[in-house]
Design a protein around this ligand. Sequence first.
Ligand SMILES: [Mg+2]
Length: 262
Amino acid sequence: MITTSGRVSAVLLDIQGTLLAADGSPVPGAGGAVVRLRELGMSVRYVTNIDSVRVTTIVERLRSAGIPAETAEVFSPVSAAKRFLEAHGGPRVHLLVPPEIESEFSAFTRNGRRPEFVIVGDCRDGFTWARLNEAFRVVEDGAEIVALQKGRYFQTPDGDALDTGAFVSALEYASGKQAFVLGKPSTELLRMAIASAHVDPWETIMVGDDVVSDVTGAFTVGCRSVLVRTGKFSLDKLERAEHKPDLLLDSVADLPDALSAL
Ligand SMILES: [Mg+2]
């Protein structure tokens, strides 16, 4: 059972590997679990490191998998990046992001003087040598690197694939600079989601399949965590992890029963 007791007012749900499988199909029982959490009076927020698409696309993917979701409930690195840039006074940016999300940054891509930040997201085939080298030169020229997230790899139906972090690390290595990281386990996304639910971290629980991204992120902001044995889950990684989850479940489908027993 959960070692730290107390009521749960808000549930932060990871998406990939927790609610959706690599092929986009739902983890069995995921939709029903979300419905039951709401019936139990808990606020639901989706906190994801998906940085290849717009938030509206994430909402469509959830809904088409039978998982009820509203745009205001989804927190992705793209939402965090916009907030980060607004907090920095609307600086000029250079984009190394997939075409689908470029328009999200249109307010920060004015022509003119040199960019202050290079934004790096999940470009897939767009990570060409030419584009990476162009971004490297902008960084050499004084820009800071902002990583939408720094995941090492993600899962696809035909195997693991290089994630944004691998390319961010290339720019860091070449430039000698460290990127600002917005996705989990960095705390920006979790703090935004918790604030939007108007709850305190101690009343909040983060649920995910990644013991680093999800569990360490939760620990850092002071909320409890649940690790599920789906998606990226690995017993070996759990045993070696610095921060352990408060609860381990076979699947998100078991979550409502576990939380209602508190
Ligand atoms: Mg995940």
